[in-house]
Design a protein around this ligand. Structure first.
Ligand code: HEM
Ligand code: HEM
Length: 179
């Protein structure tokens, strides 16, 4: 009994692991679609790849809402990293969460200002969070694009760290998220 409890306490839980990898897949798709979709102008319609960006974006917002609630109610497994690495790791995870919340919110605000519905292809429509034609929300579209690069930089650091743990430090950090 205690052996099982101990093993459980050393890896992220099933739900946390599922949400982590679900968000990874959605983000990867969202970058590809965001970079390949056509340029957006005043009279552009949300069809084709742009519609996909809104569908994946809505899925991301819903997945992140669940993930944040889950994270606030479930502690990650205790780690045994040296203090400096522990601080850098916590700070990067915090910034990743911040970017994973702010970047989608700005996209959602920009979509709202264009009167574009953010839905899972009609299901689970998100309410607009900015007035149609809002200038501020329009500018948020540019900030969204810039902060997407910041998110990408954090992801590169994060994946680099995962590989550093696995192949240089040869510790169990990667296994904590693999299950
Ligand atoms: C972390 C998740 C997201 C990433 C990585 C991402 C990435 C991108 C990228 C790379 C662009 C193109 C920027 C450019 O060419 O300058 C873009 C534009 C856009 N995204 Fe996202 N996006 C995300 C989430 C969302 C969400 C959740 C929505 C709405 C529900 C959304 C709506 C939009 C809109 C409306 C634009 C056009 C902005 C404009 O050109 O004014 N995005 N996104
Ligand atoms: C879109 C890409 C990714 C994002 C946004 C992301 C985000 C995150 C976040 C926010 C955490 C903190 C979890 C928490 O404590 O609640 C985390 C943990 C973790 N991620 Fe990722 N991740 C991404 C890709 C990856 C990849 C590709 C790998 C593996 C190569 C990976 C391996 C890990 C590991 C091992 C942990 C646990 C670290 C620890 O135990 O301290 N992640 N990730």
């Amino acid at each position: 009994m205690s052996a099982v409890a101990r093993y459980d306490s050393e890896t992220y839980g099933r739900v946390a692991r599922f949400l982590h990898w679900l968000v990874v897949v959605l983000i990867a798709a969202q970058f590809v679609v965001g970079w390949t979709m056509p340029d957006i102008h005043r009279d552009t319609q949300p069809v084709g790849l742009i519609a996909w960006h809104l569908i994946i974006g809505t899925a991301l917002i819903l997945a992140m809402a669940v993930r944040v609630v889950w994270r606030l109610t479930h502690r990650p497994p205790p780690g045994d990293l040296p203090p400096l690495l522990d601080t850098v790791s916590r700070a990067t995870h915090f910034l990743l969460y911040a970017a994973l919340i702010v970047v989608p919110l700005l996209g959602w605000a920009n979509a709202s200002s264009r009167d574009w519905a953010s839905t899972l292809s009609g299901a689970l429509p998100l309410p607009p969070i900015a007035a149609t034609g809002s200038n501020v929300a329009h500018e948020m579209g540019d900030v969204h694009g810039v902060l997407a690069w910041v998110l990408l930089a954090l992801i590169v650091m994060h994946v680099g760290a995962a590989l550093f743990h696995r192949f240089v430090r040869k510790d169990k950090v990667l296994e904590r998220m693999m299950g």
